[in-house]
Design a protein around this ligand. Sequence first.
Ligand SMILES: [Fe+2]
Length: 489
Amino acid sequence: MEERNQQSKKAKIHFTRLIIAMVLLTIAFVVINLILFKSSDFIYHQLIFLLFYLGVSLYLFLRLFMTFQIFIRNEALLEENTKQHMQELKLFTNNLIKQRKEIQKMLKETTELSNKLLEQNLKLQNAQEKVSQEREKFAILFEASQLIASSWDLEQVLPRIMELANKLVDFKTGRILLPENGYLTIKCCYGYDKNMTEVSKVKIGEGITGIAALNQEIIIVEDVLNDPRYIKEIDDTQAEVALPLIYQGELLGIFDIQDTKPFAWSDYHENISDILVLFGNFTAMVLHNSSTYTELKNSYVSIIKALAKAIDAKDPYTHGHCERVKDISLQIGRKLSLDPRDLEELEFAALLHDIGKIGLPEAILYKPGLLTPLEFEVIKSHPTIGANMIGDIPFLERIKRIIEEHHERIDGTGYPQGIKGRQMDFLAKIIGVADAIDAMMTKRPYRSAQNALFVINELERCNGSQFDPLVTEIAKTIVIDELEKMNLA
Ligand SMILES: [Fe+2]
């Protein structure tokens, strides 16, 4: 193609040159003929020039004709090529249009696919978020289930339940109410002002909370102002949930929550009421266990007090000893800021610490004089006898250990096991000191009661060997306080 274009271009140049050559030759012929006409009249010369002119003209004409033929042929070829190129170009353009349509189609499909992927991704994210929320809910429910057995003290466990509930379903204020003589009384509050904890009792059967308690059914209200059951307590409350806490068909309480706007969870948590009911069941079990524990504890307390009286009654010289050891031990425990459960166990263990003496021969136990080494060995068996008497009651497990260790010494020279301080229960160390203080300050058959100064000196002398240093320091302050009271009196 390119070569044909070049040939056509050359033919055009050549054609132009031939035309110019013929014109120049004609001009030369005319000029020369005019000159010859002027200088000579010879026809011969004119004929020669004419022949020469005609020959050259014929040659040039033939060249011109051939060049013209080449030009025509090249032009035809060029036209043909152009047509071919146009067809190719048209075909190419059509292909381009076709490809463009295909690309547009592919682009559309890609966009749709991309949109579908985005949609799927969004669904996946929502699903992941939902799974995460469900996992969090189950973690909360699991922790709530752990609370059932973790503590019997409602003062400790109910605030934690309220915190967990707030994580489970976001709310502004909440409370747990317990039924009592036809009313619901508030046991635990969350998010209220201090004064609101003293809100009067709710009558069972009145208001959303009272009706939920009466019917033993959960009530969820998103707009309390349009609910005839609602009784106004807090100005800006808009939504409320009252969840009865039921164990084995018995109403143990009401879990009541409020918010200043519709609960956010109501739109997307379809099974929230089921989860709330499950959470309520755990809370009901906590209440039931606490109630059972309280009843059981009260029974044990009665037995323990009866046993303690029996111990004291058996020994006329140590009458009231167990009660006094309990008082001194609790004073020490409170000054050490022990938690309520430790104080409770300290109280029971102090009352029962000498229970093993019930099993000792009275001749040895009430002997007015000093004991022989053999008799003392018998006396030394009372911590073990006492521990065995307690047996394997789970409630008294720690108390059993304290009874067995109350005559151990921190240097390992005590009895019955000769264990050292770090192996002893800390409450046993307190009772050991309290026991010694009361023994010194009580009249015995073989000596009179020692005064407080003697007791303080004795505590200092045995500090670090028989007695724990921390307990000794606290005990000394108690004895000093007693001494000051006596001096003041
Ligand atoms: Fe004892």
